[in-house]
Design a protein around this ligand. Sequence first.
Ligand SMILES: *Cc1c(COP(=O)(O)O)cnc(C)c1O
Length: 360
Amino acid sequence: MKRVFNFAAGPAVLPEEVLREAGEEMLDYKDTGMSVMEMSHRSKAFEQIIQDAEKDLRDLMNIPDNYRVLFLQGGGSQQFAMIPMNLMKNKVADYIKTGQWAKKAIAEGKIYGKVNVIASSEDKTFTYIPDLKNLKISEDADYVYICHNNTIYGTKYNELPETGDKILVADMSSDILSEPVDVTKYGLIFAGAQKNIGPAGVVVVIIREDLITDDVLPGTPTMLKYKTHADNDSLYNTPPAYGIYICGKVFKWVKKLGGLEAMKKRNEEKAAILYDYLDASKMFKGTVVKKDRSLMNVPFVTGSEELDAKFVKEAKAAGFENLKGHRTVGGMRASIYNAMPMDGVKALVEFMKKFEVENQ
Ligand SMILES: *Cc1c(COP(=O)(O)O)cnc(C)c1O
């Protein structure tokens, strides 16, 4: 058996330990005689799995008691609609446009109400986070929406916008669990699982209790009301049970590594290896303003499309998968989520150095 270093932006690498454990439990989960995939979501065994997953996530992120944790379906993208359907009481919201995922959320928000784009970095292909001082938050806005880490462009917020009494909503799909978060600053945080938590399809929603109401937009389907899922502890219908089980294992793995402070240190060290090389290299260059660089997604270019393509091809042959940049940016992107080992990043940089020498 041979595993590659998978630098995909998503679905992404998972901890090997988690995959091994799931493999061992595939046919017989803890003497139940069945796989978690075959098990009733109302069984004692699954109840324990989902309760442990919630508890471990609460411990990791220090989630206060007045927030609910929901395990839902539809990935990050389903939240682009659920958020306005549930939170747009005045039918107005402010969005900050920092990339493709924010754009998709904006487009979806417009279906349900008035969307004000109060800041954008589109003028420079989303290579920075807009200035957050002097933002004009709309008086009648129901919430202010940000995408906390921009997976495609490789930027992240190092500060948050001052939203006063307005609720801050954040898409943390590609950086949840990468560093500590002050949950109390947000009304709602969501994260599609496939980047840093587990299998695609699952989405984790952390929502302040007072925002869970029956006062949703007319026509909102039962399945798309937060209240439906909160009232039923995420078991209103059959949840993505196997996915939640893997998420739970990833939470335990992060805890074992020392929690989010330890992850942050590890991620900073990992990212520094790559960024330091990009800053020193004469061939490869990072594409993002330094102060806004993501710890998770690192886009870079050589300046020549031919050389980029050659690099991606040779890297793949050497066991470094999925380094091709997003079609809207070109070049390369190395996604180095929590589960990417330090050795993977070191090996990539060694490979880049060799490529640079060979292609001068
Ligand atoms: C991947 C991603 C999404 C969408 O996730 P899906 O699981 O494909 O719906 C949303 N937001 C961000 C920031 C992402 O990286």
